[in-house]
Design a protein around this ligand. Structure first.
Ligand code: NAD
Length: 495
């Protein structure tokens, strides 16, 4: 599979011509020897050729992971698992620049963002390293005279399927708790962005995880991902990606009643009341939707603003948007790089066209940057669409690009109704100086994450996940940790 358009004739030799999967601690080719090309969206170059796994390779990985689970790994204390995760965190930090460069080149995200993300990956490993030996059972005063206690046990082999927008960071949200809880794992990265997953599996071995504890199988989602979702040897599948894919995974997982956690799409509201610090909102919020070129499930892609300050908010937000620096991801000053692919850019441009046909007005952006220096990459302008109403497709569907719509409201009740008026419920923000209004609105919005007077969605220590069609289950914090365990109740007859 070619994840991007084919490379240009005469392009330089591929720097990583034969990247392999990691199964049972070994680098292996796919069972049928096929490969796929990974193309950088920065300039259309093929930057790697990667083993293309299939169902047979998933089977091989499940066997290796099961063998590891039943073997040495099973005898490790929780403390030892935690210490190894801490070593893994240190190794990731030692290789931060290498991993960040890979992520930036592969995905087109600014190097400054990639560095931050790899640092966050190390922090997640450290968090779960510390948490590993703090998972405890209970003693329960049952009505009989015996002794009742619970154990929190690992599930076994777990499948971790991740998307391309924050490739290693979203993988870490699953690997950290899965390994800390004593499972063995098969990680399946997105076909656009497999490079850091392969590298980090090598670092996991260097950190001291036994072979087979962390496996990476690369290849098409419809084959490798589907095989993971359906495999009877896998006890849990943790997925991040599109809602439609999540639905397929849920159906496939029914075969052996797998535990399922799904982190899916979003269309998050940024609710701005007239009494808010409008200047601060406008200065900070372009980041909340244009960061990562809008390819962020938490993107605050709907500004729902009180009518009396609508014009001022649009003016200030548009001015701040014009200042966003779109450019070469390798430049440390760049704030927005490319989209992950040229195809994805086409999808986003289509949405902008649809939004205009529906009656929306482009206030800023709406096209491809004119700068000839950016002509070779999948760049797109940060875009603000005004005069949008909630029923429009541009206000309902996840664009997954740097596009924000502005919808006015008149009352607090209407603000909440509009905020809740999509099938999604992942994150959102509320801006007001009235604490009562802030908390009422935060409670009334049906989503898993809400920020007040900021756009901060994610903390390694706190639960993250969706309401409604944005998913089920939680990532991060102890909520995620527990979801990679199963509870056993033991009753001992003392008579
Ligand atoms: P996607 O659903 O196309 O792919 C995600 C992963 O699933 C990839 O690894 C892909 O290869 C695999 N896959 C594809 N088809 C599959 C199938 N039939 N069975 C099993 N696996 C399959 O999503 P994407 O385009 O990579 O990512 C973008 C989407 O991810 C957006 O909708 C975004 O909102 C969502 N997302 C959600 C969160 C969150 O935490 N809620 C975070 C990031 C991205």
């Amino acid at each position: 599979m070619t994840a991007q358009p084919p490379a240009q004739a005469g392009q330089p030799a591929i720097r990583r011509p034969a990247l392999k999967m990691v199964i049972g601690g070994k680098q292996v080719s796919g069972a049928d020897g096929r490969t796929f090309d990974v193309v950088s969206p920065v300039d259309g170059r093929v930057i790697a050729r990667v083993a293309r796994g299939g169902a047979e390779d998933v089977d091989r990985a499940v066997r290796a992971a099961r063998q590891a689970f039943d073997g040495e790994w099973h005898t490790w204390s929780q403390t030892r698992r935690g210490q190894t995760l801490a070593r893994f965190a240190t190794l990731i930090r030692d290789h931060l620049e290498e991993l960040a460069q890979l992520e930036s080149e592969n995905m087109g995200k600014p190097i400054s963002s990639a560095r931050w993300e790899i640092g966050a990956v190390a922090n997640v490993m450290e968090y779960y390293g510390g948490a590993a030996n703090k998972l405890m059972g209970e003693t329960i005063p049952v009505s009989k005279p015996g002794f009742d206690f619970t154990l929190r046990e690992p599930i076994g082999v777990v499948g971790l399927i991740v998307p391309w927008n924050f490739p290693l960071m979203l993988a870490s949200w699953k690997m950290g708790p899965a390994l800390a809880a004593g499972n063995t794992a098969i990680l399946k990265p997105a076909s656009y962005t497999p490079l850091t997953a392969i590298r980090v599996a090598e670092l996991a071995l260097e950190a001291g995880f036994p072979p087979g504890v962390l496996n990476v199988v690369t290849g098409p989602g419809a084959i490798v991902g589907a095989a993971i979702a359906a495999h009877p040897g896998i006890g849990k599948v943790a997925f991040t990606g599109e809602t439609a894919t999540g639905q397929e995974i849920m159906r496939a997982a029914a075969g052996n009643i797998k535990k399922v956690s799904l982190e899916l799409g979003g269309k998050s509201p940024n609710v701005v009341f007239a009494d808010a610090d409008i200047e601060r909102f406008a200065a900070e919020s372009p980041y909340s939707v244009f960061d990562n070129c809008g390819q962020d499930c938490c993107a605050r892609s709907r500004i729902i603003v009180e009518r009396s300050v609508h014009d001022k908010v649009v003016e200030l937000f548009a001015a701040a948007t014009r200042k966003v620096k779109v450019g070469d991801p390798a430049d440390p000053a760049t704030e927005v790089g490319t989209m992950v692919s040229f195809q994805q850019r086409e999808t986003v441009l289509d949405y902008v066209r649809i939004g205009q046909e529906e009656g929306g007005r482009v206030v800023v952006g709406g096209g491809i940057p004119a700068d000839p220096a950016l002509a070779k990459g999948a760049y797109i302008e940060p875009t603000v669409l005004d005069r949008v109403t909630s029923p429009m497709r541009i206000a309902q569907e996840e664009v997954f690009g740097p596009v924000v719509v502005v919808i006015p409201f008149d009352t607090e009740e209407e603000a909440v109704r509009l905020a809740n008026d999509t099938p999604y419920g992942l994150s959102g923000s509320v801006w007001t100086r009235d604490i009562g209004k802030a908390i009422r609105t935060a409670k009334a919005i049906q989503s898993g994450v809400i920020s007040v007077n900021c756009n901060s969605s994610v903390h390694a220590e706190a639960p993250f996940g969706g309401y409604k069609m944005s998913g089920t289950g939680r990532e991060n914090g102890m909520h995620a940790f527990e979801s990679y365990t199963q509870v056993k109740n033991v009753y001992v007859d003392l008579s």
